[in-house]
Design a protein around this ligand. Structure first.
Ligand SMILES: *Cc1c(COP(=O)(O)O)cnc(C)c1O
Length: 408
């Protein structure tokens, strides 16, 4: 069999890859951040774009919230412990990561709800237009027609005078393809449409500049590369040019100008505070706040460079060792158009991913055939990648993925 003949050559590839990985890890200016996370020996979290690893600072913070702010402070902690302003103080930690200024980002509600709030707010700003341009199909707002755009890069042609807003992901969740944000914003603006960007697979890994590229609305997830914990609340950003004219549909008392007056006439709070709906999830927000502390020390240029270099290294190693088994590369080959994860096609990918997970290598599978691996630059190193690809190669070569335990 050709596999047997090729085996010694591929073993050599892994030997030199291990040496190269050791060199790169030793020279990595971000390697010091690994200590800020609770990393289990033997487990490699290559699914940090589904659930980021846990920063050490979170446990101590939650202990403080439980042991004193809530149990002792009770209702006084809304002011005394800064709970009331937490949606904005946490937002201020995220702002520099997306090119926004302090006071422009607010955190609360899920990613889906945040997206709904921004889409509805955008539609209200364009009442005469009734078309939403979306990537894929969604059914969010009754009475509005949705025009789905299948392939990325085809937005410019689909925009016309009837389009109120364009809703799209900056980094595609499956392939990691990066949209040309500036070009989409320019085309939208020229046609009088607004843009709503989903930065879930961007924030904390991929360069983005919401103000510099002229975005109107942006939302993003915080439990992926921001490591805020399971179900951590999402964030919303609205362009300062629009915010004072913007009303979001889930207007709750916490987003009111004077929340304690309970007045009949709803007056939204100034600036981005109006995007808060009801009482914020303090336990989740406190965990997220602690998880975000370390970002003040992160050099974003180094972060983005490492994301590109590690995903490149990952793809090259898979191409050299796993392509002979029929594995294909589904992520863009151009690092500038690629997010921080890599996607590979393989018909039995689901079973392969289960076999990898059994060895402590956690990635995920997206139908129909995508094996997806995220490289979170703060806690994944080159040696982790070599270990993962060597395991992948071994699973493909021995076909242990075909065992009963990985089926069904
Ligand atoms: C992760 C992710 C979400 C998650 O939404 P939830 O409301 O938190 O479940 C939504 N949109 C995109 C593009 C995502 O990547």
């Amino acid at each position: 069999m050709s596999d047997v003949a090729a085996r010694p050559a591929r073993t050599d590839v892994f030997v030199s890859a291990r040496a190269e990985a050791a060199r790169r890890d030793a020279a990595d200016p971000l390697a010091k951040f690994r200590d800020a996370f609770v990393l289990q020996a033997g487990t490699i979290n290559l699914d940090g774009n589904s659930l980021g690893s846990m920063p050490r600072a979170v446990a101590a913070r939650l202990e403080r919230v439980l042991g004193s702010e809530w149990s002792q402070g009770l209702i006084r902690s809304w002011g005394g412990a800064g709970w009331f302003n937490l949606p904005e103080t946490v937002g201020d930690r995220i702002a520099p990561l997306i090119g926004a200024a302090a006071g422009e980002v607010v955190v609360g509600d899920s990613t889906s709800v945040s997206l709904f709030k921004c889409i509805a707010a955008a539609l209200a700003l364009r009442p005469e237009r009734r078309v939403l341009l979306l990537q894929g199909i969604a059914d969010m707002v009754p009475g509005v027609s949705l025009r789905a755009v299948k392939s990325t890069g085809s937005f410019a042609e689909a925009i016309d005078e009837s389009v109120a807003a364009i809703v799209l992901s900056h980094v595609h969740y499956r392939t990691a393809q990066v949209e040309d944000m500036a070009a989409v914003n320019r085309a939208a603006r020229a046609a009088g449409a607004l843009t709503v960007w989903d930065l879930s697979h961007t924030t904390g890994a991929v360069p983005v500049d919401v103000k510099g590229t002229g975005c109107d609305f942006a939302i993003g997830c915080t439990y992926k590369y921001l490591n805020g914990g399971p179900g951590a609340p999402a964030y919303c950003w609205v362009s300062p040019e629009l915010i004072e004219r913007t009303r979001q549909p889930l207007s709750g008392w916490m987003g009111h100008k004077t929340p304690f007056e309970f007045s009949f006439d709803y007056q939204p709070a100034a600036a981005i505070r109006r995007f808060v709906c009801g009482t914020p999830q303090i336990l989740s927000l406190a965990a997220l706040d602690a998880a975000l502390e370390l970002w003040a020390e992160v050099d974003l240029a180094q972060l983005h460079r490492k994301s590109r270099d590690t995903t490149e290294f990952f793809i090259e190693l898979v191409e050299r060792t796993c392509a002979p088994f029929g594995v294909t590369v589904q992520s863009p080959r151009d690092a500038r158009r690629r997010g921080s994860h890599v996607a590979f096609g393989y018909a039995n990918g689901l079973q392969v991913m289960r076999a990898l997970a059994a060895q402590g290598i956690i990635g995920d599978f997206r139908t129909p055939d995508t094996m997806r691996f995220a490289v979170a630059p703060l806690y994944i190193g080159y040696a982790d990648i070599v270990r993962a690809v060597a395991a992948l190669h071994d699973i493909l070569q021995t076909r242990i993925w075909d065992r009963a335990e990985f089926r069904g």
